[in-house]
Design a binder for this molecule. Sequence first.
Ligand SMILES: Cc1cc2nc3c(=O)[nH]c(=O)nc-3n(C[C@H](O)[C@H](O)[C@H](O)COP(=O)(O)OP(=O)(O)OC[C@H]3O[C@@H](n4cnc5c(N)ncnc54)[C@H](O)[C@@H]3O)c2cc1C
Length: 470
Amino acid sequence: MRRRECLSGIALATLAGATHASTGRIDVAIVGAGLAGLEAALRLSEQGASVRVFEASERVGGRLRTISSGGLRFETGAVEFADSYARCQARIAALGLKLSTPGAPPSRELTLCIGDELIDAAAWPTAGANTLIEPWRMQLPPTLLGGLMQQHNLLTQSADWQLDQHNHLDVSLHAFLRDHGAPADVLALADVGANYNALHSTSALDALRRDAMRKDAGAAGGVKTLDGGSSQLPDAMARQLGDRVRLGAAVIAIEQRRRGCLIKLADGGRVNARAVIVAVPCSRTDAIGFVDVTGIDSVAALWRARPMTAITQVHLRPLAPFWQDDGLPATMWCDGALERVFAIRNANGDVERLIVWLNGQGAIRASRLGNELGTFVHLELARIRPASKGKVEVLHTVHWAQMPTIGGAYAEVTAGQAQAVKAALSELPGFAKRNPRLAFAGEHMVFDAPGIEAALSSGERAAVNIAGIL
Ligand SMILES: Cc1cc2nc3c(=O)[nH]c(=O)nc-3n(C[C@H](O)[C@H](O)[C@H](O)COP(=O)(O)OP(=O)(O)OC[C@H]3O[C@@H](n4cnc5c(N)ncnc54)[C@H](O)[C@@H]3O)c2cc1C
């Protein structure tokens, strides 16, 4: 099968050929060419600073990744650009890119597979497999977690997570919901659709913060997608930076010196910079050695207490509309190994792709299957939904937690660690005073905006801080 990264024709490969010897002193070295690093680089270079972006992988964009496979173009990473993403909107407009509103999905399109029984969602309240008690019995399993969060979220806005009165919420999300009366079978079903590694491991306080943040964002409108694919954004940002982006350049150490920093690359290269912005995912920060950085442990909870959500996706092409054979909607939600199967429609409203979407332990188990994962998905789908037998082909598999330079999808906070994260945040200004030449960026550094917007916002903040010392 032919697979090709969709890089919009950008000749990024040529950038990788830049010299790896020391290139003389630059103003700012930026580690990581995800949105956070690219935004920091653009802002600083717009102000006249000389910048270089060092990217460990062979492409820019990090967790934005548009793929082309089997004649289809699709997203494996971030896809939704919320109307509330003000920085993102501004950057997109400045680059001449365009956002569009996706077509509304059909109002009722869900098949449940509970205990291997296939159930049309409309029949769920009276289904034999539905053993939940009232009031949960009437709710569809995919709505259970959202409903519980909405009912019990004490945070009126996301910033409230920092208030001491909420410290007691830093228990597992499972314990929090159980203590609010959710029975074990409700929580087991809620766990399937949770965008966390597990209700047992993630902090309720952080989950409630994210829930409040989503509500803040939701209040500002809907979501859009980027014309031409999400990768258009980082590709266009990288084009503006030109040969200031180096691919295949993993940073392994940063040595702080009296008048600047020495950046050490895995290929043996050395670069002198007046300042450094580290914009790698939280799971990759400790892979960089920090030398002579005063008090790094005081802020390290910002990455050490924040595991990243494991997500594995298997993108399938339906070879025939098997859902017409069994008369059930194509999208599925299962309490078994396949968890969620999303039907993705094209502009004509036809289902052109199915995504098996696994989170947490399910994602990790799937990744362990390696090359057998596609076969497993075929067999399991045919077992639970016989009409699909022989009617799907695998287009692409993605294991976000296994990507060596990324390590997962979203930064979570481990239950019991929210206080440590809070303490690290309050240490940041002092850390910045002691180490004015070093700043951190990345989605995990921002707590008042989600995903893409958090990454851009963190890049902007880091650029402002570093610009102050140039
Ligand atoms: C499946 C999925 C779906 C998502 N959906 C959405 C969505 O719909 N909406 C939304 O807002 N957000 C979404 N997100 C989250 C969003 O994509 C991220 O929050 C955002 O892109 C993170 O940007 P970043 O720059 O902080 O990090 P990244 O994009 O992870 O960039 C970090 C970069 O650093 C590089 N790097 C790592 N180590 C080194 C090193 N030592 N030296 C040099 N380079 C290094 C990495 O290769 C990477 O390119 C999704 C994420 C995933 C995975």
